[in-house]
Write a protein that binds this ligand. Structure first.
Ligand code: ZDP
Length: 279
């Protein structure tokens, strides 16, 4: 049976979107996702996203398979793409109301803005080691500027969960980081039982951060929405940046705010439709 798909990207973080509204079971297996994400033998993407029926009083459910077939709890760039895809499926204009999306990280609320961007209420950051999860600190101690030995070097890391795990290190020059070789060593470090996404951040000013990312299950990507949110939280916790900042990724920029009013994280950025096809 042919399955239609739509390719989207958010700042070059690219996804295959599947209309899965008719059933609560993903129409593709993780093995098929691995094959379709392959850039030479498949469509090419950082992950596959399924738009499923809503659960627990939400409009829709989002599930994602990374390009290695693993299933993350959340995906920041992906949920902006999902919002664009849903508006397209529903035939709505792009400034309609917000969607309540059920994810493994809780209810996330993207809203299509009038200028064609998507603003997402990403919920509360989680900081306790058990929530990340990491064994780098005792249960009630946050991991802020903690030394971690990777590749024969000590790195001061800060750990934040945006539903999925992130390990953030501030550096003087992100361009100088050998991501390809050290990324996997962070991802698979024994202190992260669910593995981790890894972000290197250069503080340009209190409201402008530069970031490079090694994603769990996907490797080097051009952008990571949850990672940009986690980076801003880490920057605020270590008193390096303001609560509202631009995060520059290789694929473009995101606006991230850690609201003083409700303590939630708001992420604003683009979602671009690329093409549709049939498998
Ligand atoms: O947590 C993970 O395993 C990530 N690879 C999921 C994808 C995160 C993403 N880059 C984002 O934008 O948040 C898509």
């Amino acid at each position: 049976m042919a399955i239609e798909f739509t390719k989207y990207h958010g700042l070059g973080n690219d996804f295959i979107l599947i209309d899965n509204r008719a059933s609560s079971t993903p129409r593709l297996t993780p093995e098929q996702a691995i094959q379709l994400c392959d850039r030479h033998f498949g469509i090419g993407a950082n992950g596959v996203i399924f738009a499923l029926p809503g659960e627990k009083d939400t409009d829709y459910t989002m599930r994602i398979f990374n390009s290695d077939g693993s299933e993350p709890e959340m995906c920041g760039n992906g949920i902006r793409c999902l919002a664009g895809f849903l508006a397209e499926l529903e035939g709505m204009s792009r400034n309609k109301d917000r969607y309540r999306i059920h994810t493994l990280a809780g209810v996330i609320t993207p809203q299509l803005t009038e200028d064609g961007q998507v603003k997402v209420d990403m919920g509360l950051p989680r900081l306790l080691p058990g929530e990340i999860p990491t064994t780098l600190a005792a249960a009630d101690a946050k991991v802020i500027n903690q030394p971690l030995e990777v590749a024969g070097q000590s790195w001061d890391v800060t750990c934040v969960s945006m539903g999925n795990p992130h390990c953030i290190t501030f550096v003087d020059d992100v361009a100088a980081i050998p991501l390809e070789s050290i990324g996997p060593q962070f991802e698979h470090h024994p202190v992260f039982p669910q593995r981790t996404n890894t972000e290197f951040i250069q503080v340009v000013s209190r409201d402008y951060l530069k970031m490079r990312v090694w994603e769990r299950g996907a490797g080097i990507t051009l952008a990571c929405g949850t990672g940009a949110c986690a980076a801003l939280v880490a920057g605020v916790l270590t008193e390096r940046c303001d609560r509202l900042a631009t995060v520059e990724l290789p694929g473009g920029t995101l606006e991230i705010e850690w609201s003083e009013i409700d303590q939630r994280i708001y992420m604003t950025g683009p979602a671009e439709r690329v093409f549709t096809g049939k498998i």
